[in-house]
Ligand binder design. Structure first.
Ligand SMILES: Cc1cc2nc3c(=O)[nH]c(=O)nc-3n(C[C@H](O)[C@H](O)[C@H](O)COP(=O)(O)OP(=O)(O)OC[C@H]3O[C@@H](n4cnc5c(N)ncnc54)[C@H](O)[C@@H]3O)c2cc1C
Length: 715
């Protein structure tokens, strides 16, 4: 591929150089055309078909190679073939030539652009997907933009070849007609600049921007159309109503209150939502107790002769509740009321784009608002597997109510939640069987990441069943059994309790989404545009209910955009920035990631280089008895620009922060290497991986000369 590209580049370069070296440009001037007009015309009358073929091929070659002279060739088309045929031939030849230039640019440079601007390319591609044909049409009609640049730049985008072809042909037609028509009057033309009068240029500009303006008008009419059956109140009690006081809703209302908007936050269950009550906080508290036990088990490694654990599972679970209670004030009604948010404990239902009905213990009331932010979260997905409902499945919602440790715990799902709870319960003493239908757990991560976690799980006694698909749940002689399919065979797995952790589904029912016909995405989340806006321009959504990520920090990130766009969108709207999204799975070893991993890069065809540093070699990790894991960094080939990082090991979720900052602000590995890291810390791993990269990219030839210089100095 690389050699084909080099060859093509060489051929193009040679042809361009030859064009200028042999001064072929002299044939593509107005004077040259005028002086040869009769000769060309007489050739055309004796060889009409050949004249068309030669002319077409020359035109295609000039435009495909982005050589100057297309305007003269177009005039020649009019002079030689007349208005109708000249227009037809030029229209096809120019579009074919432009498409060849477009294809060459794509083949030669698209990959480079993709890797160089990997963090921005998605947004650009989405913009092109949405409005690419409009942009192209405008550019084609506005004569300010040289056509050859348009061909090359469009080639670097994802615009479909077919779209490029037909939009170009259509967009260039008006200009083609003007020039071909001028060519029919060749003798009268004194210069190229005289062909397009200022009035004509202005008309082209208007014609060019018309489709864009029309699209904007159509989309604003379309946006307003959703309101046509609703009566807008004359006045509003609120600037903003927020539904759901989880991570997304809390941040939205915090921001609204901070900018002095009148905001009402409605929560039907517990302040803090999933993260505080059934998600991040309890799971991390449980992980801590479980980790403590795992350390006790390893006491001899640390030089401790005797260390037995005597614990009560109930007390561990009570500690989890205590942790929630301690953090609760951060998300409390009191705190948010003090911040200026009006909190209502009740169930919200959107009854019109500007009205929300709230059912509270005191009754039902209706509130009016200019804008609404839906932050209603998600819930565990419980699949319709036959018999599952008969075995009282646990989910991440109710597992926190357990006060008796399940003896044999079956966990369905090898994603982050399933993995964190698998290891915790195994460490607490349950016999855990983890079932995953795919060939490995944590499938979004690179295979060696899954391997590291699977290896540890097996060491800790987890019965890991990959490529097992749950088919049925039965109770035989009072024993609960899951029947799974494994490589065509039926396998029976007995258990006492089952935890279902196979994904989370957005809460989209029961609060007006269906009645208002708010558009859903194919993934059954509330569909939002880049501004977190739903199909109702005054209704926004953020967090798990909107996706695509399901993390507390992404919910909070989207919340800022939802709040600001909902309150100030009439002046300026901000697109949610997804360029650098980190996450972590808090297993032991911890797994943290930001940006691309290898499997993503391959899938998206993004060129990369990879460097890795083994944490088993790190002084602090050795001292702590945690000498395992790695830091793996993907960089742009030949550059220190970071495309993505995966860290596996102790405190990976904290260590990744340095790379998140670096990626966000465009700092490369050289900058990390040039930063002092405290000795001895785990964070030194970040510097060492940068060192590995530096050694791989050392200027070997220069160093050989430096070596010779030192030899010479020694005499
Ligand atoms: C076990 C587990 C562990 C997790 N660990 C992590 C982690 O370590 N790190 C991380 O970043 N993320 C983690 N998550 C994910 C994280 O909890 C969610 O991404 C986050 O809570 C989403 O916030 P949200 O505001 O979108 O929704 P939620 O927190 O679910 O809040 C939605 C709120 O809306 C309320 N609501 C819904 N409908 C209505 C209505 N009609 N009227 C009034 N109120 C309504 C609900 O009661 C709920 O309180 C974990 C999740 C689980 C389950």
């Amino acid at each position: 591929m690389k050699s084909t590209k080099s060859l093509l580049l060489l051929v193009i370069a040679m042809l361009v150089v030859a064009f200028f070296m042999f001064d072929l440009h002299q044939y593509l001037t107005l004077d040259a055309l005028k002086s040869r007009q009769h000769a060309i015309e007489s050739y055309r009358s004796t060889h009409p078909a050949l004249a068309v073929v030669f002319y077409g091929l020359i035109y295609i070659a000039v435009t495909a190679l982005s050589l100057p002279g297309a305007a003269i060739l177009t005039l020649a088309g009019g002079a030689v073939f007349g208005l109708l045929w000249g227009t037809v031939i030029v229209s096809f030849a120019s579009t074919i030539g432009a498409t060849l230039a477009f294809l060459a640019a794509r083949f030669l440079f698209r990959d480079t652009v993709k890797s160089r601007f990997s963090s921005r390319i998605k947004a650009i591609d989405e913009g092109i997907e949405r409005d690419g044909s409009f942009y192209l049409f405008t550019l084609r009609l506005v004569p300010l933009f040289p056509f050859f640049i348009i061909n090359l730049v469009m080639g670097l985008t994802t615009l479909k070849v077919k779209t490029f072809y037909w939009v170009s042909q259509l967009g260039m037609l008006a200009g083609t007609i003007v020039y071909v028509n001028a060519g029919t009057q060749l003798a009268k033309i004194e210069s190229l600049s005289g062909i397009l009068s200022p009035a004509l240029i202005a008309s082209f500009v208007l014609l060019g921007i018309f489709p864009m303006i029309a699209k904007k008008i159509v989309s604003s009419i379309h946006a307003k159309k959703v309101y046509e059956n609703w009566n807008k109140p004359a006045k509003f009690e609120n600037n903003l109503i927020v539904i759901g006081a989880g991570s997304g809703g809390l941040v939205t209302s915090y921001i609204a209150a901070a900018v002095k908007a009148k905001v009402t936050l409605i929560e039907k269950h517990k302040m803090g939502g999933d993260c505080l009550n059934t998600g991040c906080v309890p799971s991390k508290a449980l992980i801590r107790s479980a980790k403590w036990l795992s350390h006790l088990k390893r006491h001899k490694e640390f030089g401790i002769k005797q260390a037995d654990s005597d614990f009560d599972f109930t007390e561990v679970m009570e500690r989890v509740q205590l942790v929630i209670k301690t953090i609760e004030p951060h998300d409390s009604i009191e705190r948010y009321t003090e911040l200026g948010v009006n909190i209502i404990q009740g169930e919200a239902k959107i009854i019109s784009p500007w009205e929300v009905e709230v059912k509270t213990s005191e009754g039902v009331k209706t509130l009016t608002t200019r804008s609404i932010v839906i932050a209603a979260g998600a819930r565990p997905f419980v699949p319709p597997i036959p018999g599952l409902d008969k075995v009282d499945p646990l989910t991440s919602d109710n597992i926190w109510n357990l006060r008796e440790l399940p003896k044999r715990l079956l966990i369905l799902g090898g994603g982050p939640i399933g993995c964190e709870l698998t290891q915790s319960f195994a460490r607490l003493g349950s016999q855990v069987t983890q079932v995953e239908m795919l060939p490995r757990i944590m499938i979004r991560e690179d295979p060696e990441v899954s391997d590291a976690v699977m290896k540890r799980f097996k060491q800790e006694g987890v019965d890991l069943r990959i490529e097992h698909t749950a088919k049925e749940f039965v109770i035989e002689n009072g024993e609960k059994i899951m029947i799974a399919e494994h490589r065509g065979e039926s396998v029976k797995i007995p258990f006492d309790q089952v935890l279902v952790a196979i994904g989370r589904v957005a809460n989209i029912r029961g609060y007006g989404v269906e009645e208002l016909d708010i558009t859903l995405s194919p993934r059954k989340t509330i569909e939002t545009n880049a501004f977190q806006e739903t199909n109702y321009p005054n209704i926004y959504a953020c967090g798990d209910v909107a996706g695509p990520y399901q993390f507390t920090h992404t919910a909070a990130h989207q919340a800022w955009y939802a709040a600001v766009n909902a309150l100030f969108g009439q002046f300026k709207k901000f697109r949610t920035d997804y360029s650098v999204i980190p996450w972590s799975t808090f297993t032991d070893p911890e797994v943290a990631r930001v940006g691309l991993n290898e499997q993503d890069a391959k899938e998206q065809n993004i060129p990369y280089q990879v460097v890795s540093y083994g944490i088993d070699d790190l002084d602090r990790a050795i001292a702590d008895g945690e000498a395992h894991g790695f830091v793996k960094v993907l960089t742009q080939p030949g550059k220190d620009k970071i495309l993505g990082v995966t860290i596996v090991g102790e405190h990976a979720g904290d260590l990744i922060a340095e790379f998140v900052l670096a990626m966000k602000h465009g700092l490369g590995l050289n900058k990390i290497l040039g930063t002092i890291h405290i000795y001895p810390t785990m964070a030194e791993a970040n510097k060492y991986v940068a060192g590995v990269w530096k050694r791989k990219h050392a200027p070997e030839r220069l160093l050989r000369w430096v070596g010779r210089y030192h030899d010479w100095l020694r005499g």
